[in-house]
Design a protein around this ligand. Structure first.
Ligand code: ATP
Ligand code: MG
Length: 453
């Protein structure tokens, strides 16, 4: 809301009154709220502070979804929160947050915040630029306006179990509409990551991005290039490991946002092998979504392997043409491509090293007729590499024969395995070089396997 200035230059923020939804007017029951979050809310409230659930948890409960976590907003200062809870740690510097820890669950408690980043100072300064008030902490009706979307700006008040809605968030939830607070262009310029958040929430909640929130994205998406790569890594995990990775990918591509995260992959998607790259990626993401739905572990190393596979291959061809040996050509290609990608998304080395192993195992999996093939199954990355080989086959690379052989091998008992190894080696087939077959829907090409990575 626009602040109003008095003749002496002091600033009085003007806020509309919130719409209050009493307990009988909304479906959120305390039974759906984590016991630990309730403990925090009640104790703050008993000590005389305001205490409200805020953000994703209120939104998800209104939608009938299970919240990922429960965040609390309060007028207690961080030090006051710490005095109330033994199991509490303060984090952050300028804006300190309290983390109250209960076994594996952390309840994040944030003191109401005043101005949102970037806007700070006009509102808080006199004409001479003197700071009139501390613009870090504020009241509930300050806190609401620095949030991103209306649906993320709802509060559940433990004092009377009502929902406090300053922004029309409840109506937007009912209409399944994603709407930024304030002027969209200003809000994206303040924090370009909000463009990625728009794509993520629209996908995950199956909401429509309202036109004024959508419109500036095409003009402003390049601002994402200046975001710290470490922050983009966090966002990438939320986008691709949040359970709807494939839909998020498609949404990002549709709005030209994917390019800002993965420029090499984006280029490959628009290149001669685009259809293949798209098949490989969408199956990798489907695979990830299924694993998450089944509660199985996932690693960003696998996703990186799929995202960058074509780029490594293209770079390998360039290196070969420049006269490098096949082994060097592939290794240098992997170095180049990974270092370009981590300049954009800071994937930690413990993951990129696994990505390299998955790639390095691909040509070894092609040599399944060797008597030593069974030993590969003991490699710590065998399973990931085998899964990757299946993806490549499904996407149309000429590696189906090897993929089938390994599948049969893995499904056989010991005697069956011995027989498979025996018959493969007596056939004398050298599967090292796959026959050049046309890829389904793609042109034939030399593969990184040929180079013997
Ligand atoms: P999720 O279910 O993915 O956790 P969430 O809405 O809880 O969704 P968080 O990233 O956990 O999202 O952030 C918590 C709340 O903090 C948001 O609901 C929003 O109100 C506020 N917030 C987070 N990031 C931003 C941002 N970049 N700009 C403005 N407000 C933000
Ligand atoms: Mg959250």
């Amino acid at each position: 809301m626009d602040p109003q200035q008095t003749p002496r230059g002091e600033v009085i923020p003007l806020h509309p009154r919130p719409r209050i939804y009493a307990r009988a007017e909304h479906p959120i029951s305390r039974k759906q709220i984590s016991e630990n979050a309730l403990k925090v809310l009640y104790r703050l409230n008993k000590a005389g502070f305001r205490a409200l659930l805020v953000g994703g948890s209120v939104r998800d409960l209104l939608l009938g979804r299970q919240p990922k976590d429960f965040d609390v907003a309060t007028d207690a200062l961080p030090e006051q929160v710490r005095e109330l809870f033994r199991n509490c740690r303060l984090i952050g510097r300028r804006f300190r947050l309290a983390h109250v820890q209960f076994g594996g669950e952390i309840i994040e408690v944030a003191t109401f915040r005043a101005a949102h980043e970037g806007e700070t100072d006009a509102a808080a300064m006199t004409d001479e630029g003197r700071i009139l008030r501390d613009n870090v902490y504020g009241s509930l009706d300050d806190d609401v306006w620095r949030r991103d979307f209306t649906v993320n700006s709802l509060y559940y008040d433990i004092a009377d179990f009502s929902i406090v809605d300053y922004t029309g968030g409840v109506e937007d939830i009912r209409a399944r509409r994603l709407r930024l607070l304030g002027d969209p262009e200003t809000r994206y310029r303040e924090d370009p990551v909000r463009m990625l958040r728009a794509a993520r929430f629209a996908t995950k909640l199956d909401f429509e991005i309202e036109p004024a929130t959508l419109e500036p994205i095409a003009r402003l998406r390049h601002l994402l290039e200046d975001i710290a790569p470490a922050r983009l890594f966090d966002e990438m995990l939320k986008l691709f490991h949040g359970g709807c990775g494939r839909a998020s990918f498609e949404m990002l591509r549709r709005h030209g946002l994917f390019h800002c995260l993965c420029p090499l992959t984006d280029k490959a998607l628009d290149g001669a092998e685009g259809e293949f790259v798209n098949r490989l990626l969408t199956s990798a993401l489907d695979n990830t979504d299924h694993r998450i739905a089944e509660g199985k572990p996932v690693t960003p190393a696998f996703l990186f392997a799929a995202l960058l596979w074509q780029s490594v291959e293209d770079e390998t061809q360039v290196n070969l043409a420049n006269g490098l040996s096949p082994i060097e050509a592939v290794q240098f290609a992997a170095d180049t491509v990974i270092s370009k990608q981590v300049a954009r998304i800071a994937m930690p080395r413990r993951f990129t090293s696994v990505t390299r192993e998955i790639w390095a195992l691909q040509p070894r999996l092609m040599r399944h007729t060797s008597k030593r093939a069974p030993r590969l199954t003991e490699h710590p990355r065998f399973r990931a590499a085998y899964d990757f080989l299946l993806l490549r086959a499904a996407a149309g690379e000429p590696v189906q024969e090897a993929a089938d052989w390994w599948t049969q091998f893995l499904e056989s008992d010991e005697a069956g395995r011995a027989q498979l190894v025996e018959s493969a080696s007596t056939q004398g087939g050298d599967a090292r070089r796959p026959k050049r077959r046309r890829r389904r829907g793609g042109r034939s090409r030399r593969s990184a396997d040929d180079a013997g990575a």
